[in-house]
Ligand binder design. Structure first.
Ligand code: 1GP
Length: 234
């Protein structure tokens, strides 16, 4: 049973991309590695069929923890197959579609069917403008001052429950992450990007509430358990 507050206890989350092939052995490793949750979502080539396939693989792996969907396209919502939906609002998007436009369209269309009690809005700051997400949403480079201002916007103006510092594909700047972590009052901080070793996991997990691990699962599955343990036992 999903409790709205569950996600606030997560320390380390696996992000699986429906557009990437994951073999059975890797899926079993993920299932047994000790992740607090699996988040399903990606930027490119996401379809309903690929999403449901991946959710099926997760189920077959025997994974017992929460599985949530990060929704970037309303049309691929995996209704009934996940515990919660995470909706990114890209605060530094160059195109307003990714801040509120697509959300507005989706609410207009599906409003009466949206399960708000299992929906979590995430303030996203895309710090790697060269990533697929950065290019798609039209972000530019961000300074420490920019990110602090986005943090205030998310926390004090929009009242969002979580801020996601997204470096997707590259390891972020720990000094920037630490500055944001010290600056915020209570907004929950997710960090994602370039965590491909226990050392990197330890560095970022010491600064934020939750780290998100993506690419390394596909590139070096054998390292995943060590990464989870490093995040959990610093
Ligand atoms: C991507 O934040 C996640 O959305 C994780 O990033 O793939 O670089 O680990 P990586």
């Amino acid at each position: 049973m999903w409790k709205e507050s569950n996600w606030a206890c997560w320390r380390v989350v696996a992000k699986l991309d429906p557009d990437k092939h994951i073999d059975k052995d890797t899926m079993l490793r993920v299932a047994g590695a000790g992740f607090d949750a699996i988040m399903v979502g990606g930027t490119q080539g996401i379809t309903r069929e690929k999403t449901l396939n991946l959710l099926g693989q997760i189920r077959q792996s025997g994974y017992q923890g929460p599985v949530v969907q990060e929704v970037t396209i309303a049309a691929v919502i995996a209704q009934g197959s996940v515990q919660a939906y995470f909706l990114p609002l890209v605060l530094n998007a160059g195109n307003i579609l990714w801040l509120s436009g697509l959300h507005h369209q989706a609410i207009k269309r599906y409003g009466d069917r949206i399960p708000w009690d299992i929906t979590v809005a995430q303030g996203y700051v895309i710090c790697n403008s060269h990533s697929a997400a950065g290019r798609l949403t039209g972000t530019g480079p961000v300074s420490v001052k920019d990110v602090l201002a986005y943090c205030d916007l998310a926390e004090n103006m929009l009242g969002l429950p979580l801020l996601y510092l997204e470096y997707s594909g590259v390891f972020g700047d720990p000094a920037l992450v630490e500055t944001v972590a010290r600056h915020r009052k209570k907004i929950h901080l997710f960090y994602g990007g370039g965590i491909n070793s226990a050392d990197r996991a330890r560095i970022m997990a010491a600064l934020v509430d939750t780290i998100v691990v993506g690419n390394v699962i596909y590139e070096n599955p054998a390292s995943v358990e060590g990464i989870v343990n490093a995040a959990r036992y610093l």
